[in-house]
Design a protein. Structure first.
Length: 229
């Protein structure tokens, strides 16, 4: 039979071993969590008649505020409007310049034709019918030059032509426009003048260059100045 004392020792040893295993599984005890701490927010109780409204802003506060900036859409509209106005002005200017050039070209051709026709009449005369020749020439003239021509032919050219039986015939050999504007053109003409008189044996040929200024009038293009070059 088994000894009771040895049996009791065996049971005590088994109990101690089981207790050790139980402590290993449980592990160390957790520390209790500390309570959260922080600042306390205190809210004053409302007045008896309710919450108070915030104070109204003073005029000084409104004055100190920065002015509101215009929106990008407004700026874009302003820029587009300015570009549109500039475009319209440019188109109008180009149209005006084109019109001026067209009128100048038309004036160039008309003035050149009128100068070619006027030069032989203005620069020619015959002592046998001076009044008729001078009257025809004055019809081709205008302005101050017309008056000067009348005075010169009456006081100088007419008496001299009658005294020496002077006859002058002019013809245009070449002509070109020096400058042109819608109402005024300058024409350079190469003119041959054949002169006969009692002071010349036979006839004399003079090769002249004449600058003739043509002006537009209500009756067409007429001579407003003649300069011998």
């Amino acid at each position: 039979m088994t000894n009771p004392t040895a049996r009791s020792r065996t049971m005590n040893a088994a109990a101690r071993a089981a207790a050790k295993r139980t402590r290993r599984v449980e592990g160390p005890k957790q520390q209790p969590e500390e309570p959260l701490t922080g600042r306390t927010l205190t809210i004053d109780p409302p007045a008896a008649d309710g919450w108070e409204d915030p104070p109204e802003p003073s005029p000084e506060d409104l004055t100190d505020e920065a002015p509101a900036r215009p929106s990008r859409r407004w700026l874009l509209t302003a820029v587009l409007g300015a570009l549109l106005v500039m475009g319209l002005v440019a188109v109008s200017l180009l149209g005006w310049q084109y019109g001026q050039e067209r009128r100048a070209e038309s004036a160039r051709a008309q003035a050149l034709t009128a100068a070619r026709k006027a030069a032989p009449v203005v620069l020619s005369y015959d002592y046998r019918h001076l009044d008729r020749d001078f009257a025809r020439a004055r019809d081709r003239l205008t302005g101050h030059f017309r008056d000067e021509y009348g005075k010169t032919t009456a006081s100088v050219v007419g008496p001299t032509a009658k005294k020496y039986h002077g006859v002058v015939k002019a013809s245009v050999t070449a002509a070109s426009v020096v400058s042109a504007a819608p109402d005024r053109c300058t024409v350079l003409l190469f003119v041959n003048q054949v002169t006969q008189s009692t002071q010349v044996s036979g006839s004399r040929l003079d090769l002249n260059r004449v600058r003739m200024t043509m002006s537009r009038t209500s009756d067409g293009w007429k001579v407003s100045a003649v300069d011998a070059l």
